[in-house]
Write a protein that binds this ligand. Structure first.
Ligand SMILES: Cc1cc2nc3c(=O)[nH]c(=O)nc-3n(C[C@H](O)[C@H](O)[C@H](O)COP(=O)(O)O)c2cc1C
Length: 310
């Protein structure tokens, strides 16, 4: 029996539902000696902005029990340099290519989107959920009107690319933000980005991070992220205001092994992203791809849709 692990999201075919999450996989090449990168379903780039960014000063990563705090601050070479220097090699790796787009304001997002629209990336993931930058980022993802305005602008600037919007778990009313994005032209949603959190260095008597707040990821957030995917699936399926019918959801947050990934797929996610786990265990995604296949084969399942319990 053969198991078909492929999935099509907003018209883009992935050979399996496992995608490297933004900011945790560089531009793909960095991991080429550690795992068979070509076996992945997709690779999502680090958050890209039109203009290059140096990122945040000071400590950028701090481990917590079952979690990871980060405050990278969207360090990236800028979209023009990405397209010229990183994209050709990334493209050759094989997996579907998702460009994670960020910006300080609507204008920067829009100009970045226009450049990506004319490039060979397969899909744009609009990041309205980065908690580690002072302007833009999560500010757009907390409130439905701001999220819709930005989604509309990016949709208009990149009419040819499938558009995922990456949601913030810090939004007080996540379903309303999600609905607003879909009505403004999003083809799918990805969630969750990191939870705003902090740590204090008691020896120094001051916060670990210069910005004080940082984003929490890893196993500590998984049950909450899973609950958010479950609830969002329900809200989008049943809400008549969301006129487009079913919207693909890409789930993430603390996925570290096959069982975690299966939970998200069962909760209604069409695909999953794996982030922090790759730092501890670079082979995690490959094991997860094999594990999903083995689970389905044992149960006589032929395609991924059979996994959903929704
Ligand atoms: C070091 C680090 C950098 C990240 N950078 C980005 C980024 O640039 N853009 C983005 O949308 N998410 C970024 N994220 C969030 C991840 O893509 C993911 O949403 C989050 O970490 C939850 O998944 P995980 O628990 O599997 O890591 C970053 C996460 C980490 C740990």
């Amino acid at each position: 029996m053969t198991v078909d692990l492929s999935v099509t999201i907003a018209g883009v075919r992935l050979k399996n539902p496992v995608i490297a999450a933004s900011g945790t996989f560089g531009y793909g090449e960095e991991y080429a000696g550690l795992l068979d990168v070509s076996s992945l379903g997709g690779i999502c780039t680090k958050g890209l902005t039109l203009n290059p960014r140096k990122g945040n000063p000071g400590i950028r990563l701090h481990e917590t029990p079952s979690g990871l705090l980060n405050s990278i601050g969207l360090e990236n070479p800028g979209i023009p340099a990405f397209l010229e220097e990183k994209l050709p090699a990334l493209r050759r790796l094989g997996p579907a290519l998702i460009a994670n787009l960020s910006g300080a304001d609507m204008k920067e997002y829009g100009e970045g989107a226009r450049l990506l629209d004319g490039s060979p990336v397969d899909m744009i993931e609009l990041n309205i959920s980065c908690p580690n930058v002072k302007a833009g980022g999560m500010a757009f993802g907390l409130e439905p009107r701001a999220a819709a305005a930005l989604t509309r602008a990016v949709r208009g600037a990149a009419p040819h690319k499938p558009l995922l919007v990456k949601l913030s778990p810090n939004a007080p009313d996540l379903a309303s933000v999600a609905r607003a994005c879909v009505n403004a032209g999003a083809d799918g949603l990805s969630l969750v980005n990191t939870f705003k959190a902090m740590a204090i260095d008691v020896r120094l008597g001051r916060p670990v991070f210069e910005n004080i707040g940082a984003g929490l990821s890893g196993p500590a957030i998984k049950p909450i992220a899973l609950r958010m995917v479950w609830e969002l699936w329900e809200a989008l399926r049943v809400d008549p205001a969301c006129g487009k019918g079913a919207v693909p959801i890409v789930g993430m947050g603390g996925i570290a092994d096959t069982e975690d990934a299966l939970e998200f797929l069962m909760a209604g996610a069409a695909a999953v992203q794996v982030g922090s786990a790759t730092f501890a265990h670079p082979g995690a995604m490959i094991e997860i791809i094999r594990g999903i296949g083995a689970y389905m084969e044992e149960r006589g399942m032929k395609d991924l849709e059979e996994l959903s319990i929704r």
